[in-house]
Design a protein. Structure first.
Length: 371
């Protein structure tokens, strides 16, 4: 019970730390999802929005972590408490963090409108076509750990399968007692391996996409931001492949529990949870190193001369700075304005379909890891 409580608290505090760090990871011209000229990035309204945002995020993280821990302690080892508390705590924390972000977003957007930050400026966009003609290469060596873990799980399953009992346990109650069984079949016994293949394919595919992903270059620093983007996708690809290996390790833990190798359910649960937390922590560390689109990377190159151009004011396509809706944009995925990674273009049917498809695998993983 203690190990599970620590695992839950660690996860909630890790996500709190990620939310706290987001203002520092965002591009300077996109404070809280609001597009501003670079010279306005240091405006008092922008800097003043950071402190209350972080205070609210830290308060929410501490309160939700303490409350979730208290619920589990008071409820004891009841199945309902253990099943409902972690996802509800995560959802509540996400909602509170979003509320803190949205207040900051509105404050910056209001200051931008009142100050006329885009009055009398020349707007433009920057694109590096070489990312298509000469993309970064896929780092196959970084994909090797995931392949090895999956292969090891499959071999272990093949060796264990002949000695498996006639029925396999598929669920345990909060006290660690088995309360769900199914007849042993190849499909049931090797479900963790199938999930490993699916998750590895999803994350490797995302890594391939990252190497050719749409850029969010700074029109005021096109050459430097293009170089930063290339370094960013190199780091991001490696982070995704490390995460894939960590997910596969968690699924290996699931397999060992299903195959009754682990005698202690609590130890097995920690073996499942810790690798995923380690993978998420590594991705977060990469994000801290690079910043959004590589904005934190210390790259300095000469820029071409000419009339000064600022980034185009495209806030009208971003709802709340988080949801992108642009029917005239053929892109299915676009870089997030606030956060790590990419989001879909909700103005395109393909974007909605892609979101549904990408949601299916994590849901399957969640079911596989908790049953």
């Amino acid at each position: 019970m203690t190990a599970l409580l620590l695992l839950q608290a660690t996860a909630l505090l890790l996500f709190t730390a990620m939310a706290w760090a987001m203002p520092s990871l965002a591009q300077a011209t996109l404070p809280f999802g609001v597009r501003v000229p670079r010279e306005r990035a240091g405006e008092p309204a922008v800097t003043a929005a950071v402190r209350p945002y972080r205070r609210r995020v830290m308060t929410a993280g501490a309160a939700v972590t303490a409350s979730a821990t208290g619920v589990l302690l008071l409820a004891g080892r009841t199945t309902v408490a253990n099943a409902i508390t972690p996802p509800c705590a995560a959802a509540l924390l996400a909602g509170l963090d979003w509320a803190a972000y949205y207040r900051a977003h509105r404050a910056v957007a209001a200051a931008k409108a009142e100050g006329g930050w885009y009055d009398d400026v020349r707007q433009g966009v920057a694109v590096d076509i070489s990312i298509r003609t000469d993309p970064e290469r896929f780092p196959w060596l970084w994909a090797l750990p995931s392949l090895l873990v999956t292969a090891a799980t499959a071999v272990a399953g093949a060796l264990r399968y002949p000695s498996l009992p006639a029925t396999l346990t598929t669920h345990w109650n909060a006290a660690g007692r088995a309360d769900g069984h199914v007849r042993t079949t190849v499909a049931i016994a090797f479900t963790p391996v199938f999930l490993q293949i699916a998750s590895s394919a999803l994350l490797a595919g995302t890594a391939v996409f990252a190497l050719r992903s749409r850029q969010s270059l700074d029109a005021e620093r096109p050459r430097a931001s293009a170089a930063q983007h290339r370094a960013f996708v190199r780091w991001t690809t490696r982070g995704l492949l490390v995460l894939a290996a960590c997910v596969d390790l968690s699924l290996l833990g699931t397999a060992l529990i299903t195959w009754e190798v682990y005698g202690n359910r609590a130890v097995g649960a920690v073996a499942i949870g810790l690798p995923i937390l380690a993978g998420v922590a590594f991705v977060f560390a990469v994000a801290v190193r690079t910043g959004a689109q590589g904005s934190r990377l210390p790259i300095s190159v000469g820029e071409a001369g000419g009339a000064r151009v600022v980034n185009r004011d495209d806030d009208r396509y971003w709802k709340g700075g988080l949801i992108y809706v642009n029917r005239d944009d053929s892109s299915v995925f676009v870089p997030k304005r606030f956060g790590i990674g990419w989001t879909v273009n909700f103005g395109r049917p393909a974007g909605i379909l892609a979101l549904l498809a990408l949601t299916a695998v994590p849901v399957g993983l969640a079911v596989g890891l908790t049953h």
